[in-house]
Ligand binder design. Sequence first.
Ligand code: ADP
Ligand code: ADP
Length: 229
Amino acid sequence: SASLEIRDLRFGYSPDAPVLRGLSLSVPHHALVALVGPSGAGKSTTFALINRFYEPWSGSIRIDGQPATDVDLQEWRSHIGWVEQDCPLLHGTLRDNLCYAAPDATDDRLWRALDLVNLTQKIHRLPAGLDTDVGERGARLSSGERQRIAIARAVLARPRLLLMDEPTAHLDPANEAALTVNMHNLRQECALLVIAHRMSTIEAADTVVMLSNGTAQATGTYAELLRTH
Ligand code: ADP
Ligand code: ADP
């Protein structure tokens, strides 16, 4: 079974306004699936349903074959890493921030997680390394670095599925390239479903799911979608 399997999902915030009208998609193990679609198509709603913030009207969501309805909320969420668009860090050190969801992580694991997001060199250069104080909301780091630390933090909790809302704004070309590399690396660790805005992410994805009118209007590699749409 795939890491994530969504079947025929139907849901709306009010009974007369369905947002999802039978959405099906799957994220195979170690795959990067990009979720694209116009604003208001239901991408965030899909993430909210995967996280079980709402109950779907009908349809099913499975992680590694296990239906959401069979697991309690805490266990379900332990399978999911979630990186939001805006990633403020906690006040404290880098180590505090990384260990937030994995208090027992060894230094080896911390460095490996940082390596996945290409941050080891940067952190080695900081005066106190992992024990550098990040300042209020991580102010001592750039937004790209904050995001990468948020990704490392999510990965340290060993999720089966990583949900990521890719940042739209303010990614300079260097950070955009870094993000693409990171997503390639992250597939070693878990499956990824990414709300994608950047062309580079869409091109890097194994599968692109185009969400429109509440369903997956098209599914395929970027090259396939270019040929057929
Ligand atoms: P079915 O129930 O006939 O398998 P689905 O509604 O589940 O059809 O999906 C429609 C098509 O899109 C199927 O061929 C399915 O394999 C494909 N599909 C859906 N999501 C993905 C995905 N993330 N990656 C690859 N193929 C997908
Ligand atoms: P996307 O992430 O693709 O931009 P969303 O999932 O945010 O789309 O929104 C899908 C639809 O659901 C939109 O019409 C939006 O206005 C509506 N919507 C989103 N969140 C809520 C909410 N909490 N309450 C009511 N309607 C909502």
